[in-house]
Ligand binder design. Structure first.
Ligand code: BJW
Length: 244
């Protein structure tokens, strides 16, 4: 796109996604009535203490979720595809920050993408620190692809009490953005839940979610509906208004 001289530069955009964006691809959210945390307790599988106490239980939990991702029925939906299109065509700075550990945004073609809560498809070695593509089953204690040691691989995901990934890059993008869009997240987990308060007043803030989230009132606009409908509609309008 060529911008006429004197026209305002397009704003930087930050999009935050949560589990709601992948629900119509067949993956459960966490806190909905059929969500993951209704079936297992956070304290049993999603803290460093749980892993120290019962590593086999935690590995089995993540092995099962990794296997689910390999199911051919689980694939990117219209919301993932619309966000990849936005990444390709948005004329300003752009960053898609996802809290999701699935790989559906990447499979849809998103490139300026940051997985702040890690990625199920990767494993981290507690012996050598390498982060590599995960073997399908960590419960079998496979050797680390980098150092060859057995028993040191853990899922490359961020548990409660651990520091989310890429915070410096996220904070820089938030500091510069003029548009912040939050999609399919309940807004109950920090620091992601606090992003809207960080940019409020200097960026346009929009929430797209099935229902109002905990922080809905903090957004300039909040629209309710399924992500596969709301996100393509929103992206089309955004690109049209930007002349992209
Ligand atoms: C649809 C839809 C459709 C459905 N279309 N929408 C007290 C106060 C403040 C903070 C803390 C506190 N006590 C402890 C903390 C910190 C803690 C925290 O936030 N706790 C809260 C519970 C209070 N946070 C941490 O520990 C984080 N680390 C940290 O803070 O480090 C310190 C630090 C950081 C930075 C700066 C300074 C210091 C780490 C958090 C790690 C979260 N990990 C998990 C698990 C990842 C691995 C795995 O997948 O198993 O991440 S928990 C889980 O929740 C997962 C998600 O990414 C995360 C967010 O969930 P999400 O995506 O919002 O899903 P849901 O289910 O909650 O919501 C889905 C939404 O979609 C709903 O609203 C639906 O309506 C909607 N929806 N279908 C559109 N079709």
């Amino acid at each position: 796109m060529t911008r006429p001289s004197g026209a305002a530069a397009p704003p930087g955009a930050v999009v935050l996604t949560g589990a709601g964006v992948s629900r119509e691809s067949g993956l459960s959210t966490f806190r909905d009535p059929d969500g993951v945390w209704r079936r297992v307790r956070i304290e049993d599988v999603a803290t460093p203490e749980a892993f120290a106490r019962d590593p086999a239980r935690v590995q089995e939990f993540y092995d099962a979720r990794r296997a689910q991702l390999a199911d051919p029925a689980v694939r990117p939906n219209a919301a993932h595809r619309a966000l990849a299109e936005l990444d390709r065509r948005w004329p300003g700075d752009f960053l898609l920050v996802t809290q999701n550990v699935d790989d559906l945004h990447g499979r849809a073609g998103s490139e300026r993408l940051l997985h702040m809560h890690g990625e199920l498809a990767k494993a981290r070695c507690l012996r050598c620190g390498a982060v590599e593509r995960s073997p399908p089953r960590l419960a079998d204690s496979p050797p680390c692809p980098a150092c060859g040691e057995r028993g040191g691989l853990r899922p490359h995901v961020v548990w409660f009490g651990e520091m989310p990934l890429g915070m410096e890059r996220i904070e820089e993008a938030l500091a510069r953005c003029g548009l912040f869009v939050s999609i399919g997240t309940s807004g109950s987990v920090y620091p992601a839940a606090g992003f809207v308060a960080t940019v409020r007043g200097r960026a346009r803030t929009v929430e797209l979610n099935l229902e109002p989230s905990e922080g809905s009132a903090l957004f300039d606009e909040a629209r309710q509906g399924p992500a596969t409908r709301l996100v393509p509609e929103f992206v089309d309008a955004l690109l049209r208004d930007a002349g992209a």
